[in-house]
Design a protein around this ligand. Structure first.
Ligand SMILES: [Zn+2]
Length: 282
């Protein structure tokens, strides 16, 4: 299967057509952030994960409309981490945002803390960005900084909040389109209490959210940031091995470049070494 890199102008991601109607937005190297996808099922257009930066989500929506010729029908959030759902607020309220119960409840439990943390960071970042933009001459950098300034200013507004997912489906489901079909598989407790993946069996493609990272880092074992620490390392490893053994050619990670089976093996070994064995020996 040939992966096609598409011509689409954005500073935030590289856009690929993995198979007819199946698209991946892979974070640009200069903007290490999260990945997303969109799927043209014929009668439906599905967005899989929104992006951290609101302007990258704008570009994701623009790309999905351009390449599918339709408005997004549904959005799916793979899990509750905000780098995968910050952009939810960019979709009209008529567009359902699908997740599982655990994703909605952990999102709600963490929302106040997240907003408070961001408001703290936004103030400092706004000051810092306003300073560095004065010296900048490169147009894409200036665009990036201006977008950041708009984002931080918006975060600091009292009315700022995030749009929660609102269409809750517990368990796996299939969206059977007129052209393509996607299986949205409920994994449950692994990277977070409720993870879901999007699987195209015939095309041998899976979008794994943060069950898969192109790169792992031993510092995750000691960090206080909960994001990279799996809530259930054993389930995560078992899931990685299960998907490695399936007849799949293309794995889209939550972060980093398009992966092969080798990376799933490396991820499984990493979590085994740094989380399962270390926890057991404590
Ligand atoms: Zn995550």
């Amino acid at each position: 299967m040939e992966i096609k890199k598409l011509d689409f102008e954005t500073i935030y991601f590289d856009l690929y057509e993995l198979s007819p109607g199946i698209y991946a937005a892979i974070t640009a190297e200069r903007f290490p952030s999260s990945n997303a996808g969109f799927f043209d099922l014929g009668n439906y257009s599905i967005i899989f994960d929104t992006l951290m930066d609101p302007f990258s989500t704008d570009d994701l929506i623009k790309a999905s409309k351009q390449f599918t010729n339709k408005e997004p029908s549904f959005v799916i959030n793979s899990h509750y981490h905000t780098d995968h759902l910050f952009g939810n607020r960019k979709f009209p309220l008529e567009t359902p945002i699908i997740c599982c119960s655990e994703t909605l409840s952990t999102f709600q439990e963490n929302l106040d803390d997240t907003l408070q943390r961001w408001k703290g960071i936004a103030k400092q970042e706004l000051e810092r960005t306003n300073e560095i933009i004065k010296e900048e001459t490169e147009p894409t950098k200036i665009l990036e900084y201006n977008n950041d300034i708009k984002t931080y200013s918006e975060i600091l507004e009292d009315s700022f909040s995030l749009r929660p997912p609102d269409f809750i489906i517990d368990g796996s489901f299939i969206i059977e389109g007129t052209e393509n079909k996607v299986q949205v598989i409920y994994i449950g407790d692994a990277h977070t209490p409720g993870d879901m993946v999007a699987y195209f069996e015939k095309e041998k493609i899976v979008f794994m959210g943060d069950l898969l990272f192109e790169e792992t880092d031993p510092n995750w074992y000691t960090t206080t940031d909960p994001a990279p620490r799996p809530t259930n390392p054993q389930r995560l490893c078992d899931t990685l091995i299960e998907y490695m053994e399936k007849d799949i050619d293309i794995y889209i990670p939550g972060h980093g470049k398009i992966c092969s089976k080798k990376i799933l093996k490396e991820n499984a070994e990493f979590f085994e070494e740094y989380f399962i064995k270390k926890e057991a020996s404590k």
